[in-house]
Design a binder for this molecule. Structure first.
Ligand code: G
Ligand code: G
Ligand code: NA
Ligand code: MN
Length: 254
């Protein structure tokens, strides 16, 4: 059996699961978001990371059913949090390039919102910069319709996708996520720090929130905080974890 066929069966047999990585508000130190990251619990191979199967899902088109499953699961989990009174946390869902172009993500989101009854303002849909820049004229009106559902939109991997600032100003997005490649050496490379400062300033001057990804060390967090980055995500605060573990973190008041 090829990995493609295994994955097709895995989706049907409900072998996927979502892990959640905390996103920390710099000012309050509290968890304000959880990014959903898919895992595959293969019956014999164990837990498989998305870097091994998301690219295959993209190539084969399996990303469409996989993505629909992720969206539904994330909304169900968000509903559970909201039912528990954990109302101040959002869940981030990744939408990949082919999923965005080949499936009706808008209808899937609308359906998931209706069927789970979540408060949509806490659903944060992440789309990469390069996906948005492919056919940006069309993307603007599509994003406006997505925003019409009451959700939040984030640009993922920001700084790596050759953004046109002319389009960026017209995208109705709430958050820029600074790609982790600019964070890795931020403490040692003044150019990376300058890029981070530029993205933070750009986001704020357009009324957007800015999040830094891949923060592993206290020194990186300190530099980003000094430059008024709003939200920080990375192994320093937490690796992707199961929903029960994420709930425990939230209940401890983090
Ligand atoms: O967790 P990890 O760093 O291994 O993830 C690898 C890649 O898989 C990342 O680029 C991430 O965005 C992507 N990914 C993880 N979960 C999902 C998902 O639910 N949907 C999509 N489309 N991509 C995901
Ligand atoms: O492409 P995307 O930005 O969605 O990728 C998110 C991935 O980055 C997650 O799968 C997660 O495992 C990984 N990640 C999150 N925080 C860190 C970190 O601090 N260091 C590294 N190396 N990877 C991280
Ligand atoms: Na992401
Ligand atoms: Mn990213």
């Amino acid at each position: 059996l090829t990995l493609e066929n295994e994955l097709r069966r895995g989706i049907e047999r409900d072998e996927l699961l979502l892990y959640y990585q905390p996103q920390i508000d710099v000012a309050s130190g509290r968890i304000v978001g959880l990014e959903a990251l898919v895992r595959w619990k293969h019956p014999s191979m164990g837990l498989i990371q998305p870097s091994r199967f998301v690219p295959i899902a993209e190539q084969t088109g399996l990303i469409v059913p996989l993505g629909a499953w992720v969206l539904r699961r994330a909304c169900t989990d968000l509903r559970q949090l909201q039912d528990m009174g954990l109302n101040n946390v959002s869940i981030g869902v990744n939408i990949s390039a082919r999923q965005f172009t080949d499936s009706d993500v808008l209808s899937q989101i609308q359906q998931a919102i209706e069927e789970t009854g979540i408060d949509p303002q806490h659903l944060d849909v992440e789309i990469t910069e390069s996906t948005l820049m492919n056919n940006p004229e069309h993307v603007i009106s599509y994003l406006e319709r997505m925003k019409g559902l009451g959700i939040r939109l984030s640009i993922d991997d920001f700084g790596t996708g050759y953004s046109s600032l002319n389009y960026l100003k017209r995208f109705p997005v709430d958050t820029l996520k600074i790609d982790r490649s600019f964070v890795i050496d931020i403490a040692d490379n003044p150019k990376d720090e300058a890029i981070a400062v530029t993205i933070i300033t750009l986001a704020h001057s357009m009324g957007m929130t800015v999040l830094a990804e891949g923060v592993e060390h206290a020194r990186q967090a300190e530099i980003l905080a000094n430059h008024r980055c709003d939200i920080i995500q990375g192994f320093l605060y937490g690796k992707p974890m199961s929903l029960p573990d994420a709930i425990a973190e939230l209940q401890m008041g983090r």
